[in-house]
Design a protein around this ligand. Structure first.
Ligand SMILES: NC(=O)c1ccc[n+]([C@@H]2O[C@H](COP(=O)([O-])OP(=O)(O)OC[C@H]3O[C@@H](n4cnc5c(N)ncnc54)[C@H](OP(=O)(O)O)[C@@H]3O)[C@@H](O)[C@H]2O)c1
Length: 252
């Protein structure tokens, strides 16, 4: 951030956790607080936006006119991925665990939302795409989803794995990967060098920050807790009752 000025309000991707009143961040990983957003809202941006941008657009290579399936669509990551994929001109499908969560996904721009507890996401994807499958899947579930994700991908489709809520292991038949020329990929942010993370920051600033400045996309904050009540914040996250992000506040 070459033009940075002392006193400028920024949000930053931290090297590790951020549960603190003060933190040191690399200048290259700082981004200005977009005008329409409060500091609290801006604090909800970096971890989520770095992750979504890198995995959906760089690894997943999502382009305008393509289709994407976003699992966990009502999560912090999912609610961001839906908005950014929609703005990029994709047709967006999301999965979520209740009718209320599905409505939330649609309100963010999802063309269709699949209640995975009531419907089979693979059958729904096939139906919605006339049997072709989707071009990109962003998945945080893993485990038994992996084989079904592969089956839900179109020719030259890309499966991008960002977490394994149901485990990293599965016995797979990879024939479809070969026949339909699929890409199975994924990433994590933390082990990457500052230089690599700075590349993501620069692209976010150029391509995504104007959308935040214009209010076209925004972080969705479900609840806030004072730092001393971080435990309750974790309990809420584990209950999975939230829609979007859960934030911690510091100071008065
Ligand atoms: N790789 C990276 O660089 C990176 C970076 C940041 C975060 N992450 C990971 O990404 C994941 C999401 O992060 P987050 O902050 O968005 O967390 P979050 O808000 O807690 O999201 C988890 C979501 O997973 C959904 N879910 C749980 N079990 C599911 C299942 N069996 N099928 C479908 N959906 C299921 C839950 O929704 P339902 O109630 O609808 O099930 C919930 O919305 C976390 O696992 C996090 O560790 C990875």
């Amino acid at each position: 951030m070459a033009e940075s000025r002392i006193g400028e309000a920024v949000c930053a991707l931290l090297i590790s956790g951020g549960y603190a009143e003060y933190a040191v961040a690399d200048e290259a990983l700082c981004l200005p607080v977009p005008k329409p957003l409060s500091l609290l809202e801006a604090a909800g941006l970096p971890e989520t936006y770095f992750t979504v941008y890198d995995n959906v657009f760089t690894r997943g290579r999502l382009r305008a006119g393509e289709t994407i399936l976003i699992h966990g669509g009502s999560s912090g990551i999912g609610s961001t991925a839906i908005q950014l994929a929609k703005q990029a001109g994709a047709t967006v499908y999301a999965t979520a665990g209740s009718p209320e969560k599905c409505d939330f996904c649609r309100s963010l721009g999802a063309d269709e939302a699949i209640d995975y507890r009531a419907q089979d996401f693979l059958a729904e994807v096939k139906r919605l795409t006339d049997g072709r499958g989707v071009n990109v899947i962003l998945d945080m579930v893993g485990g038994p989803y992996i084989q079904r994700n592969i089956a839900a991908l179109a020719v030259e489709g890309r499966l991008v794995q960002i977490a394994f809520l149901q485990g990293p292991k599965a016995e797979l038949d990879l024939t479809a990967m070969m026949i339909r020329r699929l890409t199975l990929t994924g990433s994590t942010l933390r082990p990457r060098s500052v230089a690599l993370k700075a590349e993501i920051a620069a692209r976010l600033r150029e391509e995504i920050w104007p959308l935040l400045e214009a209010g076209t996309v925004k972080p969705i904050i479900h609840a806030t807790f004072p730092l001393e009540q971080a435990r309750q914040g974790h309990a809420l996250m584990e209950s999975s009752a939230h829609l979007g992000k859960i934030m911690l506040t510091v100071g008065g």
